[in-house]
Design a protein around this ligand. Structure first.
Ligand SMILES: Cc1cc2nc3c(=O)[nH]c(=O)nc-3n(C[C@H](O)[C@H](O)[C@H](O)COP(=O)(O)OP(=O)(O)OC[C@H]3O[C@@H](n4cnc5c(N)ncnc54)[C@H](O)[C@@H]3O)c2cc1C
Length: 617
């Protein structure tokens, strides 16, 4: 059995890692421990949200699958942060978990370049330097030119419910036991992290009259630039709060919590804390938000968002019953915490290839991230770079001004992470440029050029960009009195360009609805895109100036063989850090924590000298 690429794991990273190489007609084997659970959503079946929604659209713009699957499987859609600037809007969907899985599996099954195999991989084969394949639980050896690892929370996974612990990859599935050791053998270090999930409730036992309805948007946005069907909400979600009784139950039982009894030592996701954490850290709050979110149209399971816990089952029952409307609610699956192995991502290149074992790529939760979107995006980048390498083409390393995908990977490989890493808009320095509406323009040209986007799809979007540009140009020539557009007390003796008027905070593009016929106002994404470009023009141009100023640093590649010991004057701490990280560019070097601007100046001078000498050898 010989393949171009073997992908281990059929989760969100694995699906993308397996799919993207097939755009270049590479032969892929996806090995996963449970065939029916390809695309399983281990936690809340929700995709997107603030910053994460942008990642999903970027995945779409790079040729990935997550957006199209979510549009098909989504049952409730809401644009978050709509009262704020469009740069921080975040599209979020509640997906039908069963449908998400079946659509994912079907797409993978129907791909003629992908073979699928249910097995546990327990050994990575290496010919001394390069990865050459894997060995599965039956002892069979399978060979490939590259391997992408995407095992999620399964490596030596231990689940905790109260003080009971048991081996588990995620609920109901066995962990992956031997694989970490096989990877450690090559000198790749691993660590331990923790995450957790909420109890699932039987929807037939809830008194909804005590909860507030949280409807979806009237005109939901699709995640994919290519979805033509109208997106519709099929379910309602509900919201409520915990109360003093819930808090007392938690406080009284903290000694039975694996988190507070010292049983769980690994670090959990700071921004997705368990209810125990919330009560201990913010105990003075009156109540914490809760959401009831349907998991599927085909069953009655509800995800009790906001109540992630690893407290004992009997305490979970008491906690749930203390909440208004859940007095008689039945728990279908208890919440639990899970500890698992991860591989600190500073051991990876920006392509997500191991620095130690050539042709071995790591993606998803095993790199210390949390979340479906973060995982999928890494799977795609690892799959793309494995393909590029096999095809002898240039690696694809995105710059931080291009995407959240770039910010995510650059943060991971440069700074590492000691707690599950989740994406936020605040992590991106150029977030006004990294909007949902323009992710196609930012990424698609490169991925089209490299063969990961179909011509027909690309041309569709190209027409759209052309349309946006033309409209913006026309707006610069159309003149209006201000009073025509809004009730402004200013005297209307002077006409202004439409684009100038739109920069005023009190005017929005839709105010021109009855005055112009060259904009399709029913296309909300088009309207948002044009409006954002014009309203943020000043900020955008400042950010572009800054990007230009940094361009030299970002495009100066540090050769792999560069000897940091030969550079005199570097702080010792910086030298060691740079030796460990082996940054790809001067820009990446400047972001290594502890590396100073003086170090970068010294390094720059030496690089010039190094290049000069090299050109004579
Ligand atoms: C209990 C729990 C709580 C979570 N809570 C949150 C949360 O609050 N917020 C959040 O954003 N995310 C949460 N997540 C994380 C979310 O599920 C993951 O981030 C996401 O699924 C990671 O995707 P992945 O592809 O890396 O791994 P996964 O989706 O976990 O997929 C791993 C895949 O690898 C396969 N596999 C594992 N080992 C082997 C092997 N040796 N051989 C072959 N196949 C193998 C598995 O079958 C599976 O298909 C939680 C996950 C769990 C389990």
């Amino acid at each position: 059995m010989n393949y171009d690429i073997i992908v281990v794991g059929g989760g969100h990273a694995g699906i993308e890692a397996a799919n993207i190489p097939t755009k270049r007609k590479l032969k892929v084997l996806l090995i996963t421990s449970h065939l029916d659970l390809i695309g399983q959503m281990s936690c809340n079946p929700s995709i997107g949200g603030i910053a994460k929604g942008n990642i999903v659209r970027e995945i779409n713009a790079m040729g990935g699958l997550m957006a199209q699957i979510t549009d098909k499987a989504g049952i409730h859609f809401r644009m978050l942060n709509k009262s704020k600037g469009t740069a921080v809007w975040g599209n979020r969907a509640q997906a039908d978990k069963v449908l998400y899985r079946s659509i994912s599996k079907k797409i993978i099954e129907e791909n003629q370049y992908i073979d699928i195999l249910q097995a546990f991989v327990y050994h990575i084969m290496n010919d001394g330097k390069k990865c050459i394949g894997v060995i599965i639980d039956s002892g069979k050896k399978i060979y490939a030119k590259a391997v992408v690892l995407c095992m999620g929370t399964f490596l030596n996974g231990v689940a905790h419910i109260g003080l009971n612990e048991f081996p588990s990859g995620r609920t109901g599935e066995p962990p992956s036991i031997k694989l970490t050791d096989s990877i450690n053998e090559y000198g790749i270090k691993s660590g331990r992290l923790k995450t957790g999930t909420s109890p699932r409730i039987d929807g037939r036992t809830v008194d909804y009259s005590k909860w507030e309805i949280q409807g979806g948007d009237d005109n939901p946005w699709p995640f994919s630039f290519f979805t033509k069907e109208k997106i519709v909400n099929r379910v309602t979600c509900w919201t409520s709060r915990t109360n003093n009784e819930t808090h007392s139950i938690i406080k009284e039982n903290l000694s039975r919590s694996p988190l507070y009894s010292g049983k769980i030592k690994s670090i959990g996701p700071r921004y997705c804390p368990s209810i125990e954490d919330k009560i201990v850290k913010f105990g003075d709050r009156e109540g914490h938000s809760l959401f009831l979110e349907p998991e599927s149209l085909s069953n009655s399971e509800l995800y009790l968002n906001g109540l992630s816990t690893s407290l004992p089952y009997d305490v979970q029952e008491k906690m749930v019953h203390s909440i208004d409307g859940l007095e008689y609610a039945k728990i279908l699956r208890p919440g639990y915490g899970i500890e698992y192995d991860y591989f600190p991502p500073t051991q990876l290149k920006s392509t997500l290839e191991s620095k130690v074992v050539e042709n071995l790529y790591f993606a998803g939760q095993i790199n210390g991230t949390s979340g479906y979107e973060e995982a999928a995006c890494q799977g795609l980048i690892a799959g793309v770079n494995a393909s590029q390498k096999i095809l002898n083409e240039n690696e694809i390393i995105l710059k931080r001004d291009s995407s959240y995908a770039a910010v995510l990977i650059d943060d991971l490989v440069t700074k590492g992470t000691e707690e599950p890493y989740r994406m936020f808009t605040s992590r991106a320095e150029y977030r006004i440029l990294l909007r949902q509406d323009n992710s196609d323009e930012r990424l698609m040209p490169l991925f089209y050029k490299c063969g990961y986007i179909d011509k027909e799809k690309y041309e569709l979007r190209e027409n759209e960009w052309h349309k946006r540009k033309t409209i913006t140009e026309v707006m610069k020539s159309r003149l209006f009195y201000i009073n025509e557009i809004c009730n402004n007390k200013e005297e209307s003796t002077q006409k202004y360009k439409m684009s100038e008027l739109l920069k005023r905070p009190e005017i929005s593009l839709t105010d021109f609805k009855n005055h112009v016929d060259f904009i399709d106002f029913s296309d909300e994404m088009l309207v948002v895109s044009i409006e954002s470009d014009i309203k943020y023009e000043g900020f955008i141009s400042k950010q572009k100036d800054e990007i230009e100023r940094n361009e030299k640093l970002e495009s100066t590649v540090i050769p792999d063989e560069f000897d940091y010991d030969s550079v005199k004057g570097l702080l010792n701490e910086s030298r060691i850090k740079m030796q460990n990280i082996r940054p790809y560019t001067l820009g990446q070097a400047s972001r290594i924590p502890g590396v100073t601007p003086a170090d970068i100046s010294i390094l720059t001078m030496h690089l010039i000298k190094f290049r000069h000498l090299k050109s004579f050898t």
